[in-house]
Design a protein around this ligand. Sequence first.
Ligand code: ATP
Ligand code: MG
Length: 658
Amino acid sequence: MVERNGRSQETTPSGSTHSPPDSFVEQANVADPAIHERFETNWPDCWTRAADLLSWDEPYDTVLEDDDAPFYRWFSDGRLNAAYNCLDRHLESGRKNHAAIRWEGKQGERRTYTYQDLYVEVNEFAAALRDLGVEEDDVVTIYLPMIPELPIAMLACARIGAPHSVVFAGLSADALATRMDAANSEFLITCDGYYRRGDAFNQKSKADNARIGLEQDVRTVVVDRLGDDLPHVLGDDEWDYHELCEEFAGETVEPVSRDAEDMLFLMYTSGTTGEPKGVVHSTGGYLAHVAWTSHAVLDIKPDDTYWCAADIGWITGHSYIVYGPLALGTTSVMYEGTPDYPDRDRLWEIVDRNAVDIFYTAPTAIRAFMKWGSDYPDRHDLSSLRLLGTVGEPISPRPWNWYREHIGGGDCPVVDTWWQTETGAVTISTLPGVDEMKPGSAGPPLPGVDARVVDAQGDDVEPGEAGYLTIGRPWPGMARTLYDGDERFVTEYWRRFSDPDADEWRYFSGDTARIDEDGYITVLGRVDDVINVSGHRLGTMEIEGAIADVDGVAEAAVVGRSNDAGNTEVYAYVSTEREREPDAAVRTAILESIESAIGPIARPAEVIFTPELPKTRSGKIMRRLLEDVANGEELGDTSALRNPEIVGEIQAEVGDGV
Ligand code: ATP
Ligand code: MG
């Protein structure tokens, strides 16, 4: 044990481990300790356990076809419909009056859709889409905020076999146009506008602007979200959502039986690094994998109230607000607002009132809760919670422990789930009913997933060493290709660690990681986020983790700066918790923590305190921008930021400090 920052720490960076409580294990969907081994000895047939959670129109015979690697095919001779799996089959099994979606609006509005309600509205809208000319395999673009019409539109598309492409509502007109153009999409579903901190915000004008630059004719459906608060007029080729549903009231549409390998949807990655990629997901393998991980990792049961507080505009919301939970017939909470409006206890008020059993969010949110302090969750009864989850970025031990303690009451297991738009569903995580948790580490690869940390030659690294995070065997939820073309798919993800001549394929995630003696994987960050100080390759995440370990620190971002002599040095941006003033003592503790966790080589040349860090719309820290600020460079486009105003403040601070 080493004493650091006044807290005791074991020699592993993750600190102490936690076993899942017996009370959790006893009720867990998956509690068989032999599951990892069973999947291993029985691969790929083990994945039928996932596929068996679905209802197939035609059962599959073949589990995996790998003769055209890396274009793998899963359950490929089976047929199914995703909307049928998320709706019809629950009506048939007597759950039609069970709540499917509990929607919590920004202005305090609430709407509950039972499975029957959702079925009716999805059918009506599916009939309307058909009438507008949407045919099987046409890409329908959906540009909606977090309102119930968003999942309804997705399921309506799935019902008629039209792949959807959801574009996050906060993205610009240009971003929408680029994505519609790339997918040659001729149908758009949007709304008049939505509320942002109480003000009406115009969405339709953004959609209108996007359409101007497109070559193809676009038919548009507009959801009236704001009514008189923001009147709008419909032009040519525009229809009102509610009028359409009225026109097709009571109509039902036979779910189109899709080949398991047919595209369910297209999803552009968030663009934290480089150009967004149009990731193509299948119907059978994707749905099986999200249903299985909702069952095994998130431990969702039909009678639970489950809440993934992400936005459906990103993959997390696709997989774990819509498809996974609805395939299992549970109640999925959908929240339109932000965590701090009208007050910073908004989420806990929702958990309390809905008696939420499972809560899934991102480290960026957890760090904000920690920064705001425990008074807010303490105002509410959170004892209904049974399991907590996190996804999106690495989470260091301190926020992990804070989350478990202050939200989970000290006895909820926490699953730190690593996955990507491209993996479709969770691929690395502890199974909460089976595995021990090590705060700061995502955990072992899921049963059946061959995630490995390798060196530049593709050989497994020794425990404790850092390397590239790769996956050696296919998995059902994996992306099938990129919409831009098969070639880019191979170049982006497969070329680096595969040997096509030997027909050996290894997927490269673009992340770096470390693995320990127990096979637990700690994700360090992206390959691009490495600072080379005098020939030492330092991972930004690791340094950030050491900073975040300091009491009073809320979050940190670290970048490389080229000094006058042309050498790279470490530059740290730090925000502190609400009640903690950034003073010399915090600065000293930060430097000490970095030295003890990594070494003096990683000691930052400068520590800049800022009230917030610049974040993308999906909540990830924009290190590229901070690097430009540190290097006094011209800043590129900041429109992708959620909080562009902070950049000026940071620049002023950096100017003062240098
Ligand atoms: P782009 O690929 O366009 O740059 P993105 O990678 O941010 O965007 P996503 O697919 O939403 O888009 O995010 C996946 C990435 O998020 C992972 O590659 C990893 O860097 C990070 N990530 C997700 N979950 C975790 C986790 N539990 N621990 C650490 N990192 C995570
Ligand atoms: Mg990515």
